[in-house]
Ligand binder design. Structure first.
Ligand SMILES: [Zn+2]
Length: 271
């Protein structure tokens, strides 16, 4: 097996845009890259100096790596009551252990200069990840099918499940590498001011809307295969959600870390 490793690495170097990147953690890295281009210079410096983080994308998947060890799986999503279109804390997240509430918790922790630097750095790393998660429509899915994990589909001739498709397999870099793709998405964002004047609960509601309206609406007659129309529309939605997540993550960090705390504790981004 070992002799294949250099060949594999060579392939990655020669073809950085191959689909191999479009699996698993790629969505979170894209969100981190988009946010990075939009950080205020003073905030970027603060993140580098105080927390030793050069790029947000480098820490974007840390929360997934620790989630099982720390028993934090539920922090990454929130199941919404069947056929309901909006998030309600008392009904859907009474204990506060879901992605929507965790974003609020860690936003407060990041601003709290009385706790240790390590705790604040962790809060930042959780935020980078969870702002991505809350924008993935099937992270606001139904409990019954575990956010699409139990729904089997076929994609590119392989068997997978609906959640996994939306977690990354549908991301289509279209011949670009991850950095180019992220920069292009960031440049295309014209609605960023509007996007930044919304609350975390609204981000969750948008995801829920896309889940019910589109992600779950598979054509049953295709027996788990996806129609071209479904794939194309899904990719449009995923690009929009990655863009919104990146823009909003940067907006949130700029407010929380620029010293303008009064703006950060306002209603804009905290639930
Ligand atoms: Zn996650």
């Amino acid at each position: 097996m070992k002799k294949w490793v250099p060949v594999f690495l060579l392939i990655l170097v020669l073809f950085p845009s191959l689909d191999v990147w479009a699996w698993g953690p790629v969505g979170h890295r894209i969100v981190g890259e988009i946010a990075q281009t939009r950080l205020l210079p003073e905030v970027e410096t603060k993140i580098r100096k105080n927390f030793n983080i050069k790029k947000l994308s480098d820490v974007a998947n840390w929360a997934d790596r620790v989630r099982n060890k720390r028993s934090q799986k539920t922090w990454h999503y929130c199941n919404i009551k069947k056929s309901k279109w909006t998030y309600k804390k008392n009904r859907d997240c009474p204990g506060g252990d879901c992605v929507v509430e965790k974003i609020g918790d860690f936003a407060k922790a990041l601003m709290n200069e009385e706790i240790s630097v390590i705790k604040r750095k962790e809060a930042l790393m959780y935020l980078v990840h969870f702002v991505g998660d809350v924008h993935q429509p099937l992270h606001l899915g139904n409990a019954r099918d575990r956010g699409g994990n139990k729904i089997r589909v076929k994609y590119k001739g392989k068997r997978t499940n609906l959640h996994s498709l939306w977690d990354g397999r549908l991301i289509h870099l279209g011949g670009k590498n991850l950095l180019q793709y992220s920069r292009d998405l960031s440049r295309r964002n014209t609605a960023s001011v509007k996007w930044n004047s919304s609350k975390v609960t609204e981000w969750a509601d948008e995801s829920r809307g896309f889940a019910l309206d589109h992600a779950y609406s598979l054509d049953r007659s295709l027996n788990g295969r996806l129609s071209k129309i479904y794939i194309e529309r899904s990719r449009e939605i995923i690009e929009l959600r990655l863009s919104q997540a990146g823009v909003r993550l940067a907006g949130m960090l700029n407010r929380l870390l620029s010293g303008n705390h009064s703006a950060a504790t306002g209603k804009e981004n905290l639930p």
